[in-house]
Design a protein. Sequence first.
Length: 89
Amino acid sequence: MNIYAKTDDVILQEIGERIKETRISKKLSQKELAEAAGVQRVLVSRIENGNNFNLATLIKLLRALSKLEDLDKILDVEKDIELLKLFEE
């Protein structure tokens, strides 16, 4: 299915599912992932269930899952540093 045809909620759900699949494949509990990422366990649960989250949280989770390089697929950090600054505010 075309990604542009998907609603934001569907995309959030799919991201949550992928985070959960990765966490499980690494044999991590939600608590262990939360601790490694520096976030609360309930936040990991909410994201895995398709709830909204911010980019900073996604970065923390990807870092903790050793998947931060996945952002390179969508973002050239050196070229898009100004974009990243927008999310720091």
